[in-house]
Write a protein that binds this ligand. Sequence first.
Ligand SMILES: [K+]
Length: 555
Amino acid sequence: FCPNLHRNRLRVGTCKWQDKPASAKVHGYHGITLSPIAPTSACLHCIQERQSLFKPPVTVYDKYQSLSHRVHTYTPLSKSQASDQQLFHTTKKDMDSLVQHLHDPNSISYISQEAAAAIDELLMGPLGFSVDQLMELAGLSVASAIFEAYPVQANNRVLVICGPGNNGGDGLVAARHLHHFGYSLSVCYPKRTDKPLYHGLVTQLESLSIPFLLEDELPSILSSFDVVVDAIFGFSFRGQPRPPFDALIQKLVGLPNVVSVDIPSGWHVEEGDINGIGLHPDMLVSLTAPKLCARKFKGLHHFLGGRFVPPLIAEKFGLKLPPYPGTSQCVWIGKLPSIDVGSLRENYVGAVLLEEHLNADPFSQFKEWFEDAVAMGLPEPNAMTLATANKEGHPSARMVLLKGYDEHGFVWYTNYGSRKALELASNPWASIVFFWERLHRQARITGCVEKVSSEESDEYFHSRPRESQIGALVSAQSTVIAGRHVLDQAYEDLQSRYADKSIIIPRPDHWGGFRLQPEAFEFWQGRESRLHDRLTYTKEMAVDKSNWVIHRLAP
Ligand SMILES: [K+]
C-alpha cells in the first residue's frame, strides 16, 4: 500500500510482493508491519501509527509495489524529486508549456484587485460555484504546495494564522489537509467569522484535535514551528492592517519559512509592500491567477493553485496560465534559482544498514535491494554505471541496463564492437554501480567479465521488441557516422526488409551479452551527517574461497 499523501487518496488494492514471503520488515527507526495481501485495517492502523510516530527526521520506506509516493509539479531544485509518474501523465504539449513558463515567468498573467474580485463574482454567480467549494480547492492547493516545498519529514510543525475573510478560510481548509498529509498543526484564528461555513471548518479542525492558539500565546513559540502559513489577508485587503492583525503580521517579519496564501498579508494587492510592513515570505501560493503584487515577490517558492478556472474566465480576462501537471493541485511558477552546485546536498535520513540485517550471501542482498527499488517505483531501477578500462588502464564509464542477474553474475547486452566491448576484450575487469537515489542506496559490484553464450544472447535478442532488434542491426556502435540520416536511412531499409513479421530477424554476430562475475560487492546506505553505512563482501580474504567475508568500511 502507499500512503499517497499528496494526492489525496490512498491505494488500498492488493499488494504485489515479488518472490517474498508475507513478512514484516523493519527499516530504520520504525517498523511498519505490512499485511501480506489485502492491506485493510492493519495498514490503516499503520498509517495512523505512522502519523503519530512520524516525527522528523525520519523516513520510512514502504516495501510494497505502489505508485511513487511523491508527486510533483516541476519544482526546480525543490527538496523533493520530480515524480516520473507525474511526468508520464503530462502531455508533451503541457510539458513544453511548463518548461516555457519556468524559463519565462512573464508568460503568466498577473491580475488587478478589480479583476480578482470580478473573477470571484463570475465564479460564484453565473458559473455555478459555491464559496465553500472554491475554498476547499484553494486550501487543498495550498496544502499540496506546502507538501512539495516543505517535505513533511523535515518540516512537521506547521502554524496557520487565519484572517477574518475567505483568505482565512483557505487557511482553515489547508490546515485540515496538512493534518491528513502528516503534519502536526496549530491554528491561530483570532477574529472568527460568524457564518456556518467557518463554524464548520473550525469544528472539523477541532475534531482532529488541532489546537487553536490565542494570539498572545504566539510570540514565545513562533520559532518552534517549521512552517508558518500566512492566511490573514487576500485580494480584498485595503489600507493599513488594523489590530490585532497589524501586530500578528509583524510577528511574521523576518521569520523563515513563511508561506503566504494569495497575497503576503499587509501588501497592497497591486503595488506590493507600499505600507512598509516588511513581510517577505519564503513562499507564495497565488490562487486562481497571481495578483499584480506577486511580481514583487522575491521568495524561493512561487506556486499557483486553484485548479478550477474554466476557459471562459481565462478568455474573458485574457489570462495566460500554465497547465497543471498530472493530477496536481498546484504548479510551480517561480523563477529558476541560480544553482550553486557546491551547495546541492541531501541529508540522508532514515534507513540504516546494519550487519544484523545483512544476508550472508551478497546475491540475496542485491536481490533484496533491487526488489526494494522496483517496489518503490523508481525509474529504471536496473540502470547501472558500467566502468571498464583498456589495457593501459584508461577508464571509461557509461550507463547500461541490467538484463538479468543470478548467482552466476550480472548480465547486460551490447554491441561487441563498442568501446566497452573492446576494452573488455583487452581487460576483462569491470565495475558496475547502481544508485537508487530515493532509497539513498548504492550497490557497487566488481568482477571479471565474459561473454554470455550465443544461445543466451539469441534468446534475449528475440525477446526484444522488433524495433530494438532492427536498431541493433543498424548501429555500428561507437563508430563515427556522417549524421543522423545514416541511422534513419539504414533503419528504414531494414524495416522494409523485415516488414513481414513472420521473418525472424537474425541476431547479428556483433551483438550479444556480457556477464560480470562478482569478486566484490559493496552496499552503501546513506546516513545522517555523512556517516553512511558501507558493508562489503569480498572473496579473496576468505579462508574458504566459496564463502563471502563481510567488512564494514568507514564512510
Ligand atoms: K495572505
